[in-house]
Ligand binder design. Structure first.
Ligand code: GLA
Length: 360
């Protein structure tokens, strides 16, 4: 049999608004960014999966022995995808793959979803099988849940797959509606990495998932999506911690719906204010910010040309996203970096990101 070759790539994403709403059946806004994972390679005549990463080394696994690795855990994202696609009937056999990525790792920019999606599209090219895009996204989410142990929602995979250049992606996690929303011309996004690794992040993330589930149960709703602020205000009988967690989700859902209207009108200023409110809610209600993320946000907000700033992604470390005038974006990035370093001694990675097309 002649070896088949294939290549696929998928971008990281920035979460613009709608923090931790996805697994509460809520709504969220994200955008694909111009940083991506690439997987290239060829099929093999045997049942071996050989994956090589320029940064992390190489693994070889037999298809019959597919399970999460305890060493070389970076490979679990791809191995998890192989497992999930096989479950869906994709005729995956042995292959060689080289992977590379310039999506920052551990920064809340979904380097893992980018790797999963690039792996999935690569495998589907080598071993063709008809799957709807939503099924591919969900298979990648399950790979993350089962092989990487993070009980994440669907935001990252949806945004990486459905992203559109210069547009935001709206996703309703209950109805599974995906909508492309215009991003205001003349504005830009600056990403600033806090430089703090998210070591306990998956534990804290899974704990927030538990707490929001407990809040929904205490409030007698199927999911926090079913709650509004008036209903929540009338319920002082539930534990304060659960109330705060629920308030974050209710507020974030409201902000996303409002943001879609604002973006359709090209109202960047209003959108920036919602981003600021989102961060305050993360800090106070959801407690998924850190002193470093708070500092990045507060420095950014004092710079001329900035419309809003917030943490992006899961939180507990990682990065912030700042909305600003495009004309001054590079200068804003430089100033943010200098001022943060002066106060913390940490030289952060700060860059102006372009909103890119989704996986291909
Ligand atoms: C991570 C998860 C997403 C989402 C965000 C928080 O990125 O992977 O599913 O929950 O955190 O909004």
């Amino acid at each position: 049999m002649r070896d088949m070759t294939a290549a696929a790539r998928a971008p990281g994403r920035v979460e613009l608004l709608g923090n931790h709403t996805d697994y509460n059946e809520g709504v969220v806004l994200g955008a694909a960014i111009d940083r991506r994972a690439t997987v290239t390679g060829a099929s093999r005549a045997d049942e071996t999966i050989a994956i090589r990463s320029a940064d992390f080394g190489a693994v070889k696994v037999q298809l019959s022995q597919l399970r999460p690795l305890t060493e070389n855990r970076w490979a679990n994202y791809a191995l998890g995808v192989v497992h999930e696609l096989r479950e869906l009937g994709v005729p995956v056999a042995g292959f060689d793959a080289q992977v590379s990525s310039d999506v920052p790792i551990g920064s809340g920019l979904s380097s893992s979803a980018a790797f999963e999606l690039a792996s999935a599209l690569f495998i589907l090219k080598l071993f063709p099988h008809q799957l709807a895009p939503m099924e591919i996204a969900k298979a990648c989410q399950r790979a993350e849940n089962h092989f990487a142990g993070v009980q994440s929602g669907l935001l990252d995979q949806i945004t990486s797959l459905f992203g559109r250049k210069d547009c935001a992606v709206f996703f309703d996690a209950r109805t599974e509606e995906v909508r492309i929303v215009p991003f205001p011309a003349g504005l830009a996004l600056v990403i600033a990495e806090s430089g703090k690794k998210r070591e306990l992040a998956s534990g804290e993330y899974n704990l927030r998932r538990e707490q929001t589930r407990a809040a929904a149960a205490a409030l007698g709703v199927h999911a926090l999506r079913d709650l509004n602020s008036a209903m929540l205000a009338s319920r002082s009988d539930i534990p304060a911690l659960l109330r705060s967690r629920a308030a974050h989700i209710v507020g974030e859902n409201d902000r996303v719906w409002h943001a879609v209207e604002l973006l359709n009108r090209g109202d960047g200023e209003g959108f920036g204010q919602l981003m600021n409110q989102s961060h305050e809610s993360s800090r106070q209600n959801f407690e998924n910010s850190t002193p470093e993320l708070d500092l990045l946000v507060s420095i950014a907000r004092q710079l001329p040309g900035v419309l809003g700033a917030r943490l992006t992604g899961g939180g507990f470390g990682g990065a912030t996203v700042t909305l600003c005038q495009r004309a001054g974006a590079v200068e804003i990035a430089n100033k943010l970096s200098r001022k943060y370093e002066a106060q913390t001694g940490i030289a952060p990675r700060v860059f102006v990101c372009e909103i890119a097309d989704g996986a291909a």
